[in-house]
Design a protein. Structure first.
Length: 145
């Protein structure tokens, strides 16, 4: 190989690498944040979605209800607050997600992160604005910052 062919090959490799990185990062930016599983647009922040739901008198907490890729179904309500006097009653306090996974292998992680932050915000709204007594489930982890 002569120097001219090596230079052309390096240029082509560099160009393809840059193009691949651009595609990868632009697709990540358009992937959404997990709110799509409950009908949000995927770009609204969890605290903002909780505020909008609260203002629309939907006081339910988000529950993940998806088929796990390893088998079985994931049913979880991260940071779910047990409210003794929830306006819809304890049996109707959860809003289940859609079962279809939109983000592939990242679906459960994105949905869990969104639901955790949303549920924390909803608890704050219920306690602060309606004087509801809500408590963390005993086995719940510390809040995500």
């Amino acid at each position: 190989m002569n120097i001219e062919q090596i230079a052309k090959l390096l240029f082509a490799t560099t160009f393809l690498s840059i193009f691949s990185y651009l595609l990868f990062f632009s697709s990540m930016g358009h992937a959404g944040n997990g709110g799509e599983y409950w009908g949000f647009d995927g770009y609204v922040e969890p605290w903002e979605a909780a505020q909008t739901s609260f203002e629309n008198r939907d006081y339910r907490f988000l529950q993940i209800n998806m088929r796990n890729p390893l088998g079985g179904t994931t049913r979880d309500a991260p940071a779910y607050q047990k409210c003794d006097n929830h306006p819809f009653g304890k049996e109707n306090a959860l809003r289940p997600s859609s079962e279809e996974q939109i983000h592939g292998g990242d679906s459960i992680r994105l949905a869990t992160t969104f639901a955790h932050r949303y549920n924390q915000s909803m608890t704050w709204h219920l306690a602060d604005q309606m004087n509801y007594r809500c408590e963390l489930w005993i086995d719940e982890e510390a809040p995500i910052q």
